[in-house]
Design a protein around this ligand. Structure first.
Ligand code: HEC
Length: 132
């Protein structure tokens, strides 16, 4: 095994066992990976800070926020009336199949089906979107 495959195996192993305590090195790697995935898959449409320009709704404070509830954002009817709160499992389901979760949403299908990638993005969201 090369060093690269070894470290990937370690990353994947740990991601599959979230109940184990993580070393701070692993937590840092997950956060950096999550930021890279977020930058590649989400950032062009979503600002984090509510005060920044954002094509999609800003994601500040999204965990625990009611779906479709940012004041003044022109949501689709579907998301505005979805009637649920953004929990961590809901965010994973959204990344996996947003149009399946909320048919009629105007967010383009992103289709992140890899649970490891979902977990990394969620790790980043948890860190970066904490409301100030
Ligand atoms: C092509 C632009 C685009 C991309 C890429 C995109 N989004 Fe969105 N997103 C939107 C739009 C537009 C909406 C509003 C949908 C609606 O009103 O139906 C939205 C809505 C959301 C919401 C609901 C927020 C709320 O206030 O209810 C979340 C959460 C979200 N996106 C997360 C993500 C994540 C995580 C990614 C990356 C994996 C991502 N989005 C990628 C455009 C995008």
């Amino acid at each position: 095994m090369t060093l690269r495959t070894t470290s990937l195996a370690i990353l994947f192993g740990i991601a599959a066992l979230p109940a184990l305590a993580e070393s701070s090195a692993v937590a840092g790697i997950k956060l950096a990976a999550g930021q890279q995935f977020f930058d590649a898959e989400c950032h062009r449409c979503h600002a984090i800070d509510a005060t920044d320009k954002s094509y999609g709704p800003p994601l500040e404070g999204v965990i625990g926020r009611a779906a479709g509830s940012v004041d003044g954002y022109p949501y689709s009817k579907a998301l505005k009336s979805a009637g649920f709160v953004w929990t961590e499992p809901a965010l994973k389901a959204w990344m996996e199949d947003n149009q399946g979760l909320v048919p009629g949403t105007k967010m383009r299908h992103v289709g992140i089906t890899d649970p490891v990638e979902q977990e990394f993005i969620l790790t980043w969201l948890r860190h970066a979107t904490k409301a100030n």
